[in-house]
Structures are given as C-alpha cells and as structure tokens.
Design a protein around this ligand. Sequence first.
Ligand SMILES: NC(=O)c1ccc[n+]([C@@H]2O[C@H](COP(=O)([O-])OP(=O)(O)OC[C@H]3O[C@@H](n4cnc5c(N)ncnc54)[C@H](O)[C@@H]3O)[C@@H](O)[C@H]2O)c1
Length: 304
Amino acid sequence: MRVLVTGGSGRLGRSVVAVLADRGHEVTSVDLVDGPCPDGVRGVVADLLDDDARARVFAEARPEGVVHLAGIAVPFARPDLEILDINTRLAWAVLTDAVACGARCAVAASSPTVFGYNTPSWRPRYLPLDEEHPVAPWHAYGLSKLIIEETVRAVARTSGDCVVATVRPGYVIAPEEWEGAPTQQGHTVAERLANPELAAVSLFNYIDARDAGELFALILEHPERVANGQVFHAIAEDPLATRPLRELLPQFHPTTAGLAETLADSQAAFSSTAAFKALGWRARRQWRTELRENVQGGGGGAGS
Ligand SMILES: NC(=O)c1ccc[n+]([C@@H]2O[C@H](COP(=O)([O-])OP(=O)(O)OC[C@H]3O[C@@H](n4cnc5c(N)ncnc54)[C@H](O)[C@@H]3O)[C@@H](O)[C@H]2O)c1
C-alpha cells in the first residue's frame, strides 16, 4: 500500500516509517526536517501548514493510507496558542486531504494527556483507564489532542469509504533509548525508573515506538475491523515502574487511593483492550526485556 507518514523524522515517526517499510508498504515520509530514511522510503521536507506544499506532497505520494504524527509533541514546549494552532490546523488539513485524495484509511496521533491527570482535583472514575473513560484536558497540548480526536470524528461523518481513527500512544521509547539515549523529557529510561517522580506525571505509561508502529500499520491494513472515528490506546500492559502502581499512584496522585488498589502487581494504569479486540494488537516489548542499563531495585540490563 502507498502510505504517507507525516512527522516521519520524529521520535515516533522514525519507527512507524521503519515498521511500515518492513511490512512491504511503499512509504513517503514528510517532515519539516530531514531525517534518516530506511532503504526504499521516500523522504520529503515540507511544511504541511503550507497549502501549496501539502498539495504537492499528496499529489506525489498518492497515499492509500495516511499516518498523521506531525505536530508539537510536548506539553508547554511552545506558547499555548502556537500548540493549539499548529496541532489542530495540521490535523484538519492532513485528514481532509487524506479523504479528498481517495485514501482508504487515515490515523492521527492523540495522547493519553486528554484524560487531564496532574491537577489536584483529577480523580479517575475507574482504573485502568480505557478508551471509554471520560476525558478532561487542562493544558493546551492535551486540549489540542482532544480537538484532534474530535476532528477525526467530524471527518469520519463524511469520509465515505475512508476510515479515520485515532491512536493515543503512551510515553514513546525509541529503540536507541533502551540503549541509554535521552527520552523525550531529557532523562534516560533508567533514570525514569529509578526516580518514580519522573514517570508519575504520565501515570507511568510507556510504549515502545515499534510496538506503536505496528498498531498504526494494522489499522491501515485492516480498516474494515475499525469503526469510523474510533480511538485506540497504544500503551504497554505493565507500568514504567519498579514497584506496583497500587503503591506508587496514591503517593503521587492522592485522589487515586482506593481505585489503585484494584490494579494487579504488574498492571499499568491504562488498558489497550480496544486494539486487542479489533486487531489482535498488544504491546510486545516491555522495559524489563528491552532495557540495556541496570536499574536500582528493578532489574533491566537485558543482554548487557
Ligand atoms: N513522544 C511521545 O511520548 C508521544 C506520546 C503521545 C503522543 N505523541 C504524539 O505522537 C506524535 C509524534 O510524536 P513524536 O514524539 O515523534 O514527536 P517529534 O517532535 O519527535 O516528531 C514530530 C515531528 O513533526 C514534525 N512537524 C511539526 N510541524 C510540522 C509541519 N508543519 N509540517 C511537517 N512536519 C512537522 C517535526 O519536525 C517533528 O519531526 C505527535 O503528534 C505527538 O503529539 C507522542
């Protein structure tokens, strides 16, 4: 299938491009910045907010499937209005162009931050958080992601044969980050495990970038198994923590006390059952087997 990946030079995009190419798809990767492309992948540098440039990208790639990852990926990384403006305009432009050019499927990246954790009053209704749990974003990034999900649903209402969906990846760990490269927040995976305060801000969620790539690929390959407008979590089944979340969550998020007790020893605060039910997807890589560095009190160090 001809696939266009936006944001293909990014932390997640590089793995999504590699997974799609490995599965035999004809991939075009488009990004504001140049990045290394696997053999056979066409890399294009373009600003997707530029209407003419975007039209050229779609005309040349003629995508049958689109994975939309481009945007500002970190809360507070830019002024609020820029995050809202860039992320929401990009999603509308890319998804409507995907439908207009005749793609069979288009998938956009959202984020678990739509749930709105990290306010003193946030209290989940239940744990683990699944795709049905109510959302309540409070910062511009989380709100931009909820608007992207709403954009997907709006586009789905008139998209005809094109299935449009959303994936909420957990905290993305790229392959080199298991070897010690800094993660999105600047520290290493081992540091995130050794100091629970670091991962507490994302409720200890994570996902290997290749595992997330496999979910994007499965959605494009099997749109008939996806409800138009559907949301999927792409989050590991275990938490990025050396101790059970029923201990850690109430320590950092006091309003989860009681609810966290229902979580099993190695259970994450999120479930990705929608992707398993529709597509048989589950995260295959876990930090205990992937991490090359040792973590105080928690193992890791596979293969080292
Ligand atoms: N990394 C995570 O932990 C995480 C978690 C949940 C969701 N997400 C979402 O997944 C997506 C990818 O995240 P990432 O970590 O790879 O981010 P990233 O910043 O590494 O990659 C995003 C890419 O988008 C490109 N881009 C931005 N504006 C563009 C434009 N106008 N035209 C073309 N390209 C543009 C950037 O150059 C960048 O390479 C984002 O939408 C992000 O919000 C990421």
